[in-house]
Design a protein around this ligand. Structure first.
Ligand code: SF4
Ligand code: SF4
Length: 117
């Protein structure tokens, strides 16, 4: 779609503050553990939980509901950015949550026609 081609992330961090699951695959767990320099078992114990549907793993959240790997600096940053899960890399074009356009600064700019090419 034309609209989606023009989407630009404005680094507001709200997709990482969304209090929902961030599903990770086994290969992603291996890659994140290696990036953090910890054994995969330690990574799984410290940073993941079973999905509510019990069909996989999700990253855990901070008390605020933000992803455990969101760093609240300016602009907000992902501590595992080079190896972040596919769900994160595919936001918002291929994966998103209800009402994302209002939460996402890039989506809001797009709907107001403020996003440049
Ligand atoms: S892994 Fe990184 S990009 Fe994904 S939700 Fe967490 S902080 Fe955001
Ligand atoms: S919510 Fe949208 S603009 Fe904000 S960091 Fe995520 S993708 Fe970028």
């Amino acid at each position: 779609m034309e609209e989606q081609k023009q989407f630009r992330c404005l680094r507001c961090g709200n997709c990482c503050r969304w209090p929902g699951c961030v599903r990770i695959s086994g290969a992603e767990a291996d890659a994140i553990a290696a990036y953090l320099g910890v054994p995969v078992g330690e990574f799984l114990d410290r940073y993941t939980a079973l999905m509510p549907d019990r069909q996989g793993l999700t990253l855990i959240e901070q008390v605020s509901g933000s992803c455990i790997f969101l760093e609240e600096c300016e602009p907000p940053a992902c501590r595992i950015d080079p190896v972040k899960p596919s769900q994160c890399r595919r936001f918002p074009e291929h994966w998103n949550f209800p009402g994302w356009e209002k939460e996402c600064a890039g989506g809001a700019a797009l709907s107001k026609g403020e996003t440049e090419k």
